[in-house]
Ligand binder design. Sequence first.
Ligand code: NOJ
Length: 754
Amino acid sequence: MCTLALKKIVAPVIFIAVTFTVNAQKSTSQKVDSLLQLMTLAEKTGQMNQYSSDFTATGPVTKDGDKQNQIRKGMIGSFLNVTGAAKTKSLQEIALQSRLKIPLLFGQDVIHGYRTVFPIPLAEAASWDMAAIERSARIAATEVSAAGVHWTFAPMVDIGRDPRWGRVMEGAGEDTYLGSMIATARIKGFQGKGIGNTDAVMATAKHFAAYGAAVGGRDYNSVDMSLRQLHEIYLPPFKAAADAGVATFMNSFNDLNGIPATGNAYLQRDILKNQWKFNGFVVSDWGSVGEMINHGYAKDNYEAAMLAANAGSDMDMESRAYIKHLPQLVKDGKVKMSVVDDAVRRILQKKFELGLFDDPYKFCNEASEKQQWNNAAHLEAEKDMARKSIVLLKNSPLTPKGGKTAAALLPVSKEIKSIALIGPLIKSVKDHLGFWSYDWEDDTARIPSLYDVIKKRLNSDESLFYAKGCEVADTSTAGFAEAIEATKKADVVIMYFGEDRMMTGEAKSKSNIHLPGVQEDLIKAIHATGKPVIVLIGAGRPLIFNWTADNVPAILYTWWLGTKGAEAIADVLFGDYNPSGKLPMSFPRSEGQIPVYYNYYSTGRPAANENDNNYVSAYLDIPNSPKFSFGHGLSYSNFQYSNVSVNTTVPSGNQNLIASINITNNSTFNGEEVVQLYIRDMVGSVVRPVKELKGFQKIFIKAGETKTVNFTITTAQLKFYNDKLQHIWEPGDFEIMIGGSSNNVKTVKIKWNK
Ligand code: NOJ
């Protein structure tokens, strides 16, 4: 039906009105075509142009002060960094003063929540809980869509094998399979029941492609990799995103094998739009069209606009190259009108699907925006997500007492009467929020620190001692003495270390990823008092803390957990929640070992064991293995795996293979376990990884109970890209491995016949 707003759009010229009356009975794509016919080349180019407002920018913003006029002239199709129902409405009103009254699209980086800040995506990935991850994205969409935003620049689905790269915090870690599952869950969450609904936003699969493989882990750096690796490791999460119906893609800053992704037709046209039949649109990354000049790939902005548009970048974020040069490029015959039309069609299609032509203000509802402020249900869900994201790295029994091995330190025993809280993050508030979070005026009032939460939980007869000890990046040990004094008064010490929220994120690459400053020295000093020590590490990436890992009995990795992070941590510390997180990235022993990941290839000279360095592929100074492996994560329960079996050791053709294992919860704690399935193809026409994750199940097992977990394996899971880039499986020998971590599995061998 042709609504009021649509009629308003067609008001200026009679023949336009006629066209749209016809459109009322037409499909969306026919409406798009009708509108396209009415547009001048300048107006088309305007739709392909996106500007930022002047706040929360992640690149240089050109302040031309004339944006309102440009909106009126139809020269801007979209904004980023404009939020708030009132603000978006006021800009939309200006757009409706333009000749064709095409509504604006508002995009925003809603990476891990909006008003309710959720754990950073890498932390959420540690939950391996797809329903919870989907819910987190759903809530973010609900909150930000009420603030007039139509589109989030998330999820980032880049594979992250290099913790020096600050943006690992924004992704799902190192694994292709897990990353693909999470990409799907997050897109489902953002886009909800469909992007026409007022509680849904368009999602963006970014950064296309291979951005995470920047040389040396340095952000924005070059990427050079085989097409086989690109297709096998880096592209599948993008393909999963396209299959999940993601509305948009964002390309990336890096060049890929010499061609900047923004000007890369192989990626954007051949793979994305032709092979994958993606019908949404591609937005450039911030200024990445113009940055092709710095790459040395384009001479000037004119050429950059030509290369990007022809390669399939549909919208120019903040380069201003399209708006300035596309009309001339078309006149000069350098960019075909059909290329422009295709891009504009894709953008308009989404505006129609969002329902903006029916009601351009449908997302600008101040009342519903208010309801999202401190929404109790959202905060509860956030706390749940935060608890699920925590990884118990270590919980060793304490040194023997009177001949018997004492219980593990965690959860903190009810008999403990005094606690020392030490470390720079104990009283910190904003660091819980992580890098991609927005500042609200009441943050400090509404978000408790760990100190606040623990203090609240104590009974009157329990005492708390606090000392900061040092700052996050301190070089001074002046605060140690006070921390040692506080420690001596307590039965147990809880220490909270890590990174501040600006240490990991975009443009936050580091060559040294050890626990910053003198923090580990403080851990040593406190440990030397002989008091039982629990260490929490809050960070956006895997850090290196070898001494702590070797000497401290109890370690929780708490990432950056969001608004309710401190409460989630306390629940785990005191046993109100049994941790179940598993690492989505390997934790290196040393920066020199990076990249270190679980699914590496075997070499011609594999090391026989961790100490073998006799002319084998190994380091002289450290083992090959990471400090903590992909998939690792303990629980207060003790899960024992037994009886791995298969329904046949000689499957053939398209027969299903069922692999099973028993898991017993040998403890007094009910708990959840992520059971992981890995496969190794023993001999291939190209070398295959030593293991690859091919499935997982998160299951609840009551104390004392045994459960059997079954995995159905088909030949689809055996497929890989051969040297001709064909996606095939090859008959032969395989190892089927099931366990609670990539480095702790039970194996059964099979032979899969043709
Ligand atoms: C640059 C980042 O790479 C991208 O992920 C983000 O969406 C844009 N800036 C917009 O802020």
